[in-house]
Design a protein around this ligand. Structure first.
Ligand SMILES: NC(=O)c1ccc[n+]([C@@H]2O[C@H](COP(=O)([O-])OP(=O)(O)OC[C@H]3O[C@@H](n4cnc5c(N)ncnc54)[C@H](OP(=O)(O)O)[C@@H]3O)[C@@H](O)[C@H]2O)c1
Length: 305
């Protein structure tokens, strides 16, 4: 599909964690932004954003999407068949409204790997959305942003993937030298905005980005330097971490997926290790990598942690 420069961009789930960072980056890149939320949402979006609410019916979406060049989905769910599964409706409505490009809710591990849902069940919905988009790419372009572990999102959840920054404790898995890709929320937003600016390059592609490639030991060293304190360290095993989540998941506890996600970040399935195998898009997009220690210094200061 031929493309023309993107001007009007709509963000689905604009008040969410990725949604907020995306809106911020789009405004900074000079796009005109519409933020979509559910009817029930009580949030206030930034003054420069046109706020529209929907019941998520296809008819409502088709009307709302009209006039937009790009639609970005940032909806989220850890339960298969829930919010991520309704993205097919978004795609149909976007095609009917003449939207040029749809960015599905990815922003995580590498879903170009067909076995990804074996490690994190809700990824089945993400793969299905991408398969659907690929089958329609003569009518609408797509961009899959692959950003690995959401770094600050994870640090904000005490205990996630072994870290509790405030308590100065960490569980180090498999010796702590497993390399993986980590991306901060604002960097995800910038990756989306910059991909839209370089649409000819990014359309119908998996776009691999990060803030930094890290290991747990590198993070621990940096955290100890910026806090000036020693962390209490325990040891863990990636396979056991993932198996524990899988067992909970199979018992019907959806939150088991959190341990499966952490296990995947630390190497299970090889889904968050792509900078060497796939090559990063940061330079092509004009998206600077970040400095781990500088980032953590600011993070710790802002959180007063
Ligand atoms: N790799 C990682 O470590 C990592 C970490 C976090 C997230 N992610 C990914 O990033 C994406 C966005 O996640 P997030 O954490 O930013 O999400 P979030 O803040 O939890 O939610 C985003 C938005 O989704 C909308 N939403 C939630 N349930 C919905 C439903 N049933 N129907 C319609 N809309 C619904 C809500 O919008 P309104 O209430 O405003 O309508 C919400 O603001 C997801 O694909 C997620 O898997 C990856």
């Amino acid at each position: 599909m031929a493309t023309s420069p993107i001007k009007m961009v709509l963000v689905i789930g604009a008040s969410g964690k990725v949604g907020k960072s995306t809106v911020k980056a789009l405004l900074a890149e000079g796009f005109q932004v519409t933020g979509l939320t559910r009817e029930s949402s009580q949030v206030t979006l930034p003054a420069d954003v046109k706020h529209v609410k929907t019941d998520y019916s296809e008819a409502s979406l088709r009307e709302i999407f009209k006039g937009h060049d790009a639609v970005i989905s940032t909806v989220s769910s850890i339960v298969p068949g829930d919010a991520l599964a309704i993205q097919k409706t978004f795609v149909d409505a976007a095609i009917a409204a003449g939207v040029q490009v749809f960015v599905p809710s990815e922003y995580g591990v590498d879903t170009s790997n067909r076995s990804a849902p074996e490690y994190i069940p809700f990824l089945a919905d993400k793969l299905q959305t991408l398969d659907y988009l690929k089958s329609k790419q003569d009518q609408i372009s797509w961009i899959a942003i692959c950003s690995g572990s959401m770094f600050d999102w994870g640090l904000n959840i005490p205990g996630f993937a072994g870290w509790d920054v405030l308590a100065r404790t960490v569980t180090i898995y498999d010796g702590g030298d497993v390399r993986y890709e980590a991306t901060n929320l604002d960097q995800v937003g910038r990756a989306i905005a910059k991909s839209l600016r370089k649409l000819e390059l990014a359309k119908n592609q998996y776009v691999y980005v990060n803030s930094f490639t890290v290991t747990q030991n590198k993070i621990l060293n940096a955290l100890e330097r910026v806090t000036g304190e020693r962390f209490n360290v325990s040891k863990g095993n990636v396979e056991e971490l993932w198996q524990e989540g899988d067992a909970k998941w199979k018992e019907g506890q959806p939150l088991g997926v959190i341990s499966m996600l952490a296990g995947a970040i630390y190497g299970k399935g090889g889904l968050a290790q792509y900078s060497a195998s796939k090559g990063l898009w940061n330079e092509k997009l004009g998206l600077e990598q970040e400095n781990l220690e500088e980032f953590l210094r600011t993070y710790v200061a802002e959180k007063k942690q």
